[in-house]
Ligand binder design. Structure first.
Ligand code: 13P
Ligand code: SF4
Length: 338
């Protein structure tokens, strides 16, 4: 258990990390009691925490050892010598970490951390697409199951999809890009390709990013001269044509760091805006955001529970044969993204 003095010290540590001033949905002392216990258990169990930027600030700043987008976290997971990885993100991220680290225990501290993109397509669907388009390489967004990755030639994330697709098109006229039809349409536009002919798409969408309304961007542009609008590449094309920058969360964070706009309008999941405010306290943000129900199924309490009581239903397992094939397509991404 933790005592009053320890909680006071932890409150100071969390405050120094930017977690004071109303960015938490609970008193800082309550968060501190939990982060203290989680960080102790991490040491005892030789565990690290990977935290995606859509997690809540108490997770990102209070207990995260690795923080970032899905590419960075996959890469970080390969570099740790911890015995246990607790993934504060969604299942496909935990699966990717497990595939890259078969000897480590990987836990996702929620049974509800799915993803609408990942759930939109099965391995059998990919086999049918390949049969319908023989010779076309399958380039697969990382937001997919291990079984789908196993049927793919190369995995991409929003941080490297454009670069890897350019390399694929250097030797192929047609590419199968799955499962995000909106990201696929955005990338085909950027690359000058025709969806359905040069780029075969699937029908998946992200439940968070598909629902933004482009009219709001124009309203805010009038209100804030000098505004920079940024959108995640999973947004529909009318949003992408209305913003100044499209990319993954890592690219969006770098764009904010490298520019000096009067304000930043962020068209993505809300956790990104909360973290951006902490990272860049001197900048102005308007979060035109939506919450991801899958990402937000993880809390400090559920992380503590997973560490105290690590049980099979929270552990990520991937059948070895599937994992071996999926690993090949993930490693292809690291090679082509380099
Ligand atoms: P990033 O890799 O850009 O962080 O995206 C992950 C995701 O799930 C976006 O919805
Ligand atoms: Fe999946 Fe969308 Fe949530 Fe990202 S924001 S995890 S793509 S549902």
């Amino acid at each position: 258990m933790v005592n009053e003095t320890e909680i006071k010290e932890e409150i100071k540590r969390l405050t120094a990390k930017g977690l004071a001033g109303g960015c938490l949905a609970r008193p800082l002392s309550d968060a501190a009691a939990l982060t203290l216990r989680i960080n102790r258990l991490k040491k005892e169990k030789k565990a690290v925490i990977c935290a995606h930027v859509y997690q809540t600030p108490d997770i990102i700043c209070g207990i995260g050892d690795f923080v970032g987008d899905s590419y960075k976290l996959a890469d970080d997971s390969r570099k740790t010598d911890a015995e246990v990885i607790v993934f504060c993100g969604v299942n496909f991220m935990g699966e990717t970490a497990k595939i890259l680290n078969p000897g480590k225990k990987v836990y996702v501290p929620s049974k509800n951390a799915g993803c609408s993109l990942s759930e939109s397509i099965t391995a059998a669907d990919v086999r049918a697409l390949k049969a319908g388009h023989p010779g076309a390489p399958v380039v697969t967004y990382i937001n997919t199951s291990a079984g789908v990755k196993a049927e793919s030639d190369c995995i991409v994330t929003s941080a490297n999809a454009e670069k890897i697709l350019r390399k694929m098109y250097a030797s192929h006229e047609k590419v199968i890009f799955i499962p995000d039809k909106l990201m696929g349409a955005n990338l085909s536009f950027t690359l000058g390709k025709t969806p359905g002919r040069d780029m075969i798409l699937w029908r998946g969408t992200c439940v968070v990013h598909e629902k933004f309304d482009a009219r709001t961007i124009e309203i805010y542009r009038k209100r804030y001269p000098g505004l920079a609008a940024l959108a995640h590449a999973e947004c529909p094309s009318d949003i992408i044509s209305a913003v100044d920058f499209m990319g993954g969360t890592g690219d969006m964070m770098r764009y904010i760091g490298n520019t000096n706009a009067s304000a930043y309008l962020l068209v993505t999941e809300c956790g990104f805006g909360e973290f951006a405010r902490i990272k860049f306290p001197e900048k102005n943000f308007i979060a035109m955001c939506r919450l991801c129900p899958y990402m937000k199924s993880i809390t400090l309490e559920s992380v503590l529970d997973a560490l105290e009581n690590p049980r099979p239903e929270l552990e990520i397992t991937v059948p070895p044969k599937v994992a071996a094939r999926a690993k090949t397509s993930i490693e292809k991404m690291f090679e082509l993204a380099a």
